[in-house]
Design a protein around this ligand. Structure first.
Ligand SMILES: Cc1cc2nc3c(=O)[nH]c(=O)nc-3n(C[C@H](O)[C@H](O)[C@H](O)COP(=O)(O)OP(=O)(O)OC[C@H]3O[C@@H](n4cnc5c(N)ncnc54)[C@H](O)[C@@H]3O)c2cc1C
Length: 348
């Protein structure tokens, strides 16, 4: 290791992107530390946790039963104008992580126990120096994995980030669909959702570009009041921001490698960012381990960015005229073969 620095590799953020990077460093036996300002891994909950099984397997995300809240076999895409397409499979095509267990598993079991310093907030990164509330730390490579709303990233405008709000409600498990998405002009650029959680709870939420300024709780209530099947006591709430714009061009800046929500590695069709964060975190750490940070930019340009751009283009088309254009795409998808339909909807 280069003795000029405290660490060879430092990761800022112990979310999916940072933990995925940490797992690679651990596997590759490289010197590293992950730092995060929060108190506990996996809390507060920041994600519904739904992922496509095809992608989970492709990029090597964990699938252990102990972290899976539910598996998705049947999904339904609807508009509040009455258009609808139901997709039913004889095998799971997606799953919903128990988010807290999933992040704890990544931090302690997936690659073994990771080296993480909690309650360490980064104020500034300058060259090889990271200023934190615990003093200055130096590192050769720095993985920037601080998520969508960090003081370290650029601010996104109202048309570049969705507001996302979810209520876990006391509702019986559905016996028809584990995942329902409704597209409505009440949620421009996004959708309302009903996801399986446990036997007696479901996750009901909304994400949208906040043009109207209306509070997400009120937007969700306005919509779900129309559907008595979605009414239930609220047991938990979560709110956050989701970058919903094209992926960044430059992800390597000198010794900094940027991953996850910080570089908009979010599938715009579904607003799912766990896969992009995991994949980019992994590739960034592989590049550092190979002493070649530029290798991450190459993988980003050749594989990750084109994948994200496809979803960005489809999202813009699907939402060009609000719920009406979503309805048009649902009609087109209905006449497609089953395998193509799943891809049309972004593989979750
Ligand atoms: C309501 C909601 C539902 C969602 N549902 C899904 C879903 O079903 N499927 C899906 O794939 N995606 C979903 N997403 C998106 C997904 O959660 C994110 O894309 C993903 O968590 C991003 O991972 P990340 O590692 O980039 O950032 P994060 O998970 O946000 O992690 C960043 C970490 O950095 C830390 N940090 C920030 N600033 C500092 C600092 N200055 N110093 C030290 N630490 C810092 C934070 O404490 C945090 O732990 C959802 C998002 C929301 C808001």
């Amino acid at each position: 290791m280069d003795k000029d620095f405290d660490y060879e590799n430092l990761v800022i953020g112990a979310g999916t992107g940072g933990l995925s990077a940490g797992c690679i460093f651990k596997n590759q036996k490289r010197e590293y530390v992950i730092i995060d300002k929060k108190e506990e891994i996996g809390l507060p909950v920041r994600s519904t946790g739904a992922v496509s099984l095809e992608w989970v397997n492709r990029i090597g995300m964990p699938t252990s039963d102990e972290i899976v809240a539910s598996k998705i076999y049947n999904m339904s895409f609807r508009t509040d104008k009455g258009k609808r397409i139901d997709l039913n499979y004889d095998r799971p095509v997606g799953m919903v992580y128990d988010f807290t267990k999933y992040e704890k598993y990544l931090s302690a079991k997936f690659a073994g126990s990771l080296d993480i310093k909690m309650k360490t907030a980064v104020n500034e990164v300058k060259g090889n120096q990271i200023s934190t509330n615990e003093g200055i730390i130096t590192a050769k490579n720095i993985i920037m994995a601080a998520g969508p709303q960090s003081n370290l990233g650029s601010k996104l405008s109202k048309s570049q980030a969705l507001v996302a709000y979810e209520e876990t409600r006391s509702l019986d498990e559905r016996n028809d669909f584990q995942m329902i998405l409704w597209f409505s002009d009440l949620a421009p650029g996004g959708y309302f959702w009903d996801f399986a959680d446990s036997r007696n709870t479901r996750k009901v939420g909304v994400c949208y570009y906040p043009h109207s300024g209306e509070a997400p709780k009120s937007v969700l209530k306005k919509f779900t009041d129309k559907y008595p099947e979605l009414s239930g006591e609220v047991v938990h709430t979560m709110a956050h921001q989701i970058p919903l714009t094209g992926p960044s061009d430059q992800v390597v800046k000198g010794n900094q490698l940027w991953v996850g929500d910080m570089v908009n590695a979010v599938l715009n069709t579904t607003a799912g960012g766990l896969q992009g964060a995991f994949w980019s975190g992994k590739e960034a750490a592989l590049a550092c381990s190979a002493d070649n940070p530029g290798q991450y930019q190459k993988v980003w340009d050749a594989q990750i960015k084109p994948w994200l751009l496809k979803h960005n283009a489809l999202h813009r088309k699907i939402h060009s005229k609000g719920a009406r254009s979503v309805g048009k795409y649902i009609s087109i998808a209905k006449i497609m073969p089953k395998s193509v339909k799943l891809r049309v909807f972004g593989g979750l």
